[in-house]
Design a protein. Structure first.
Length: 386
């Protein structure tokens, strides 16, 4: 397993119904692991071609999103069984198994422990928190609170089984209530920012007053609250325009809100933005707003900051580790439309916006570039190999 220079073989596992966003995050995480590992074995639903002597890819296709409740549950369990079966097939090659994104997948975690593998669960967010803000009233036919409670039980078992829990930021530990696992929590890199691509292309003082949001169009992101704040902002700042980027179940509601409030001339909806095009859009913004109900350490905030775009966000998850009020960005007291409107106007009127943008860029350059995050991850995972 380990080679002569003591680099481990690492397995990276996700639930096979991953989204495009999760795929991008997984690619990024695997890139962080590459200099730290001898070989990497990836079990995922989505991952690009590119297997080589170092990377081995096992794709598992599954869908638990259609059909009646018993069928959906059965598909979900079958997917976990397929993941576990493939883990069994490659287990002899692995020193460490890392479960990436998805904290409630019990069967594969249990299988890894039965196989005697050192096991790490990444916790950029918690499944039990995400479902509370789900777009549908029910999930698998169950109420969101019921489903969240089930996920909490699964997470408790998984976290208890795992050797370690990898988080990106110290602030998420109390935010997600992980204090009971403090002895096994590792703070390290899960996502880096490509500061060569995400950079200041358009000088800040030449940008128009465009306020933007890019991300999943779902309730937990607070994007509907942002839409409701737009008429309030325009009452005071008629010179402001808005850009909404991303895709999701709320697209129709967002379009209806734009039509109902008569702000269509002020709002552009881009749809899904390919990651390689994202720096261009972020460089067009004067202010980025993320009024989320729950977060880990948002990648999009770091990417906006790397492009010299000040951000305004709710202080959830690891956001306080990124945003220092008036220094590297702005903090929302809450995500009500009134609060968002008041703070957007306040931020756009700040006399030192360009300096805040520069400090935000420097923070990302220093702390979240590729080399810095690889080192954070190396230090965190060195508990397994010294």
């Amino acid at each position: 397993m380990k080679n002569a220079i003591d680099k481990p073989n690492i397995g990276v596992i996700t639930h096979p119904t991953d989204t495009k966003a999760t795929e991008m995050n997984l690619i990024n995480f695997v890139e962080i692991l590459e200099p730290l590992a001898n070989e990497i074995y990836i079990i995922a639903g989505r991952f690009p071609d590119g297997a080589n002597k170092k990377k081995h890819i096992i794709r598992i296709k599954s869908s638990d999103k259609v059909g009646i409740l018993p069928i959906r549950i059965l598909k979900y369990l079958l997917a976990q069984m397929r993941v576990s079966f493939n883990l069994l097939k490659i287990s002899k090659f692995l020193d460490i198994v890392i479960f990436f994104a998805g904290t409630a997948n019990l069967l594969p975690v249990f299988s890894a422990k039965l196989l005697g593998k050192k096991t790490v669960i990444t916790a950029p967010g918690l499944s039990s928190s995400d479902v509370l803000r789900a777009d549908s009233v029910t999930l698998f036919g169950l109420g969101r609170m019921t489903f969240s409670s089930i996920f909490k039980i699964l997470e408790y078992i998984n976290f208890s089984l795992a050797d370690n829990i990898l988080v990106q930021s110290g602030s998420v530990i109390p935010y997600f209530g992980l204090e009971r696992y403090s002895s096994k929590i590792l703070a390290g890199g899960i996502r880096y920012v490509d500061t060569r691509s995400f950079k200041i292309e358009k000088p800040y003082d030449t940008r128009e007053n465009v306020v933007g949001y890019v991300g999943r169009l779902s309730r937990e992101k607070g994007v509907l609250n942002l839409m409701s704040s737009i008429p309030l902002i325009l009452e005071n700042r008629s010179d402001v325009k808005f850009m909404i980027g991303g895709e999701g179940k709320l697209l129709n509601e967002i379009e209806q809100e734009i039509s109902k409030t008569g702000v269509s001339s002020k709002v552009s909806i881009t749809g899904w933005i390919p990651h390689e095009r994202l720096p261009y859009y972020l460089n067009e913004l004067k202010l980025f707003v993320l009024p989320s109900y729950t977060e880990g350490l948002p990648v999009i905030l770091r990417e906006a900051m790397a492009c010299g775009t000040p951000v305004l966000a709710t202080p959830v998850g690891g956001v306080p580790d990124l945003i220092k009020e008036g220094e590297t960005g702005f903090i929302l007291e809450d995500n009500s439309p009134e609060c968002i409107a008041r703070n957007v106007i306040r931020a756009l009127s700040h006399p030192d916006l360009d300096k805040i943008a520069s400090r935000a860029r420097k923070l990302i350059e220093d702390e979240y570039n590729y080399e810095a995050v690889v080192e954070k991850c190396r230090v965190a995972l060195s508990v397994f190999w010294g």
